[in-house]
Design a protein around this ligand. Structure first.
Ligand code: ZN
Length: 195
């Protein structure tokens, strides 16, 4: 089922996700729906908060982007990124390694907004996968960036929080307008005309 992606200004985007201890049929369905939604919107990642749920569940698939490479190490050996996709991360914990790199980022909750964000080049990821098994790997490049962006979502952190003051200032008018529009829509949904 295709899910609705909420936009900047929706309160759930600022909520820290609850840990998920078990992959129940409901979580399994949520993961399937999130994968379908991410692919439909041509995103490379989607967090539960973006579909209105404050849970530590995210999906990532970088295969749609061919001009920005990713690296992957499983059990200390280089591994095929494409074969590893899509990846489901539940309760992910990240250990940054390597230096900071700056690169462009977008977000399905911020349509049309793209800006530079600086993040560690590589991360070690520990999480539960979509089957409830422990997962540990090291990644770099676009995959590391996407996973850091999505893990931030699970903690109520947005990419605008990671931008430099100057970059954010350049987007201020656009962001304020988006937030106001989202709030107006939410308010009209809560208080329908004539009610
Ligand atoms: Zn995002």
């Amino acid at each position: 089922m295709l899910l609705r992606v909420v936009k900047y200004g929706t309160p759930v985007l600022r909520q820290k996700g609850a840990r998920v201890e078990k992959v129940t049929p409901e979580i399994r369905q949520l993961i399937a729906d999130m994968l379908q939604t991410m692919h439909a919107y041509k995103g490379i990642g989607l967090a539960a908060q973006q579909v209105g749920l404050a849970l530590q569940v995210t999906v990532v698939d970088v295969r749609g982007v061919t001009d920005r490479p990713s690296t992957l190490e499983l059990d200390g050996h280089p591994a095929d990124v494409a074969k590893f996709m899509p990846v489901v991360l539940i309760n992910p914990e990240l250990q940054p390694v390597g230096s900071q790199v700056t690169g462009p980022e977008g977000c399905l909750s911020f349509p049309e907004v793209y800006a530079d964000v600086s993040r560690p080049e590589e991360v070690i990821v520990r999480a539960m996968d979509g089957e409830g098994s422990r997962l540990e790997f090291k990644c770099g490049g676009l995959l590391a960036r996407a996973i850091q962006h999505e893990t931030d979502h699970l903690n109520g952190i947005l990419f605008i929080d990671r931008m430099t003051r100057d970059v954010k200032a350049g987007l201020r008018a656009e962001l304020d307008a988006m937030q106001a529009e989202t709030r107006a829509v939410l308010q009209s949904a809560t208080f329908p005309a004539g009610a």
